[in-house]
Design a binder for this molecule. Structure first.
Ligand SMILES: Cc1ncc(COP(=O)(O)O)c(C=O)c1O
Length: 387
């Protein structure tokens, strides 16, 4: 009775709920194998922690400019230039409390009632809810495992009408691990330019890429697409800093200014200490991340190889991020039921994919040790044999 209309139909985050349940079971003494995690299991690297401790000791504990400290914004500009061939000025950068907050802010400042936002399915579960919270309408463009989750551009064109305002892309993708090629991004860009759309490009997993795959920022393709793209990134996944809550955007000046104003009246600046920590993260050398990425690649191979031995299921081998999207449609059980039962019977936590836009998949995170992966797959096999 008391809640605002805009909260109607907004679901709690299934990933956060399931992770909490798995943690509770673990606390109660059950030997849970956790494939639900949406965060790296490594500790935040020492130089980052050291920078935060120094910030506290030096009294860097007060409000900062709402859109972030200038040193951090300059470091982000440098990062965008070096890694992504993107040229932003510090005024075009807004630092927020995580990439989730950055995405939320962007949708709040851009979406009007009746505006439509195209979301490619399977999608990260917060996109549709964020669009609804901004009074917009999510328009879902399905992609399929048998097509390696590639976009069907004819279907994309069919979805566009006079109300379409934004297309959200996420490469590497959570939950599928798919990566868009240059050719695919060029087609998205061409369609966006032709139809006067904005692109919200979520690149949070850009450094977690395996084999010879490459990440390309859509905004780097040409000036026209650069001027209608908001590039979203953050330190959570790359530097194992999920709890520090730092994300950021590079955006056309007008949009960056609007996001800063919104933030000035909502959260104000992200934590001053976390900003100093993020600055230390961005100053780290990419070679410092190598062992971390190699470990993820080895775990991916271990999980994929073991799951491929179970004939009742199928999967897409992820090219990036740290999730394997597993098709369980042959089992004739819904993902939600599969996830609930396997947690109850085998103490395996994984995420049902209904809230990612699929009735056929569950998502397994490989942000866990190889021993856990092997034990977990054994239990999955056992559980499937009882169905
Ligand atoms: C695709 C995607 N985008 C954005 C985020 C948000 O990351 P954070 O708010 O921790 O920066 C996540 C986290 O799970 C994600 O998977």
């Amino acid at each position: 009775m008391y809640l605002a209309q805009r909260l109607k139909g907004i679901s709690p985050s299934a990933t956060l709920q399931l992770t909490a349940k798995a943690k509770l079971l673990k606390k109660e003494g059950f030997r849970v194998v956790n494939f639900a995690a949406g965060e790296p299991d490594f500790d935040t690297p020492f130089p980052i922690k050291e920078a935060a401790i120094k910030a506290i000791q030096e009294g860097f504990t007060k409000y900062t400019p709402e859109s972030g400290i200038i040193e951090l914004k300059e470091a982000i500009c440098k990062k965008f230039k070096k890694d992504n061939f993107l040229h932003y000025l510090p005024d075009q950068i807004v630092v927020s409390c995580g990439a989730k907050h950055s995405l939320y802010n962007c949708l709040q400042v851009l979406v009007n009632p009746n505006d439509e936002v195209i979301i490619i399915s399977p999608y990260w579960l917060s996109y549709p809810e964020m669009v609804r919270l901004a009074s917009g309408t999510p328009k879902i463009l399905p992609t399929y495992q048998q097509d390696d989750f590639k976009i069907d551009f004819n279907n994309l064109k069919k979805l566009i009408n006079k109300n379409t305002k934004i297309i959200i892309i996420n490469s590497p993708s959570n939950p599928t691990g798919a990566i868009y090629s240059k050719e695919e991004l060029e087609q998205v860009a061409e369609i966006a330019i032709k139809n006067d759309l904005l692109v919200l490009s979520d690149e949070i997993y850009e450094k977690l890429i395996y084999d010879s795959n490459k990440h390309i920022s859509i905004a780097s393709l040409n000036k026209e697409i650069h001027d209608r793209t908001i590039t979203v990134n953050g330190v959570s996944k790359t530097y194992s800093m999920t709890g520090w809550r730092i994300g950021y955007i590079g955006a056309p000046l007008m949009i960056a200014k609007a996001v800063a104003i919104l933030q000035g009246h909502s959260t104000s600046n992200p934590a001053s200490i976390s900003q100093k920590a993020a600055l230390a993260a961005l100053n780290m050398d990419d070679s410092d991340l190598k062992s971390f990425i190699d470990e993820f690649a080895a775990r991916r191979d271990c999980l994929v190889e073991n799951l491929q031995k179970i004939p009742e299921i199928s999967l897409f081998k992820p090219k990036g991020a740290f999730y394997v999207f597993v098709n369980i449609s042959k089992l004739k059980i819904s993902p939600a039921e599969f996830a609930a039962k396997i947690l109850e019977k085998e103490y395996v936590a994984l995420i049902p994919a209904e809230s990612f836009g699929s009735d056929e998949h569950v998502r397994l995170s490989f942000a866990t040790s190889k021993e856990e992966i092997i034990e977990g797959v054994k239990r999955i096999k056992k559980f499937i044999s009882t169905l």
